[in-house]
Design a protein around this ligand. Sequence first.
Ligand SMILES: [Zn+2]
Length: 476
Amino acid sequence: MGLPKIRSTTRPRGATPLEAPASGSPLSTLRSKLAVTSLLLGSLLLVFGISGNETTDLSPADVAGTAPSNADFTSPEQATGGLSSEQAPDHNAARPSPPPAEPPWREEVVRNGDNLSLIFARAGFSDRDVYEVTKADGGRALRKIYPGETLSFQTSPEGRLHRVKHKESALKWSTFTRDGNTYRTEVTVREPEIFEQSATMRISSSLFLAGQAAGLSSKVIMDLAGIFGGVIDFALDPRVGDTIELVYEEAWIDGDKYADGDIVAAAFTNKGETFQAYRYTDSLGDTSYYNEDGVSMRKAFLKAPLDFTRVSSNFNPNRLHPIYKTKRPHRGTDYAAPTGTPVYAAGDGRVVEAGYTRPNGNYVFIQHGETYKTHYLHLHKRRVKKGTRVKQGDIIGTVGSTGSATGPHLHYEFLVNGVHRNPRRVHKSLPKAKSLPEAELPRFEREVARPGQQLAALKNTQNLASAGSRGESSGQ
Ligand SMILES: [Zn+2]
């Protein structure tokens, strides 16, 4: 399959629809929770008055071309109208003229502190209506509403409540339609189409800018940084010319991107060394990222314990300036970043000191097991207290310039058995990351074969493009 190098804002035609995302992702969790699924396509056909099974191979785009001009085919409210087995007269296929407009919907957004009585009252309906709708089969679910969701109401020509729609998200809504003195319930769950997308990047100033130039969302860039956060210091390691290839997923609905999905595989070549990461769901159902040998990408320590996207210069390692005008050697790593930049716990541990001294300013010390300790100095704010247990990546404070600092930066120290070590060099002596068990490896290798080939193809494309632009061969 050809991998598009240039991203497009339209639906990726050449892309392959995939299986459901790995278990544990929000999308699949949503799916598994719900029992009744209504297919969008089926409902569209009813809405547009197209009858007959032979039309079911129409794509939404094809259907759109035949839609009456007053029909909004992307509108869920239109779609739900046709879901019941008995087709409403409005949707009669034989009708020659466009169907009359549905009664208008009145939409109420659920606010903080709302309840059904309040919302129904705003829409002009009574507590009796609330009672009747919620006693319907499935109506109890309506009592679980959250701020930001919407409730929409339709009134019959006689002025009675005709239909209530509870929209939880673009992917799920329930419709309660009056049927005499009771309401019948339909739950509609839509599944987005999952497409694979790919991108290549060459760093000229920072990962973040390279990612933006490649059309990646902030979420995908942050995911990428998270996956490689144990092996690459994104504040200090990247160099001009470093390359990244990645394959990731996007969820689409009605020809529009609905959400970014997960990264499937990625490779980062930093100063000539290539790190690869593959998403893998093991036979127990746990999803994580592993390198090509099945070693977990999650390490005991982050290489850069702060939000790297806000570090001032990616190419200014340790050259901030001598912070201390004292004679003692500089025993840490400095990250110049704006005041307020989040500082993370480099690894799981317990805060053993948190306070203020004149040289350190606001500081936090974290003990990690018996052997390791990390220090964070000159913080603007401390977010943890002595004794707090922290997980890797928890925010423990923010960058500042308290104590003897000439400008806002994080001074980070790494100690092994009480001795200061260069955190950027010490990694070989750190605890080994978990590997997949032997028995899991054949399955792992089968599953990462295809993304592995995709990464290799992307890398080739990238090398060719680069050789072309320099007018020389990259072959050796
Ligand atoms: Zn320093």
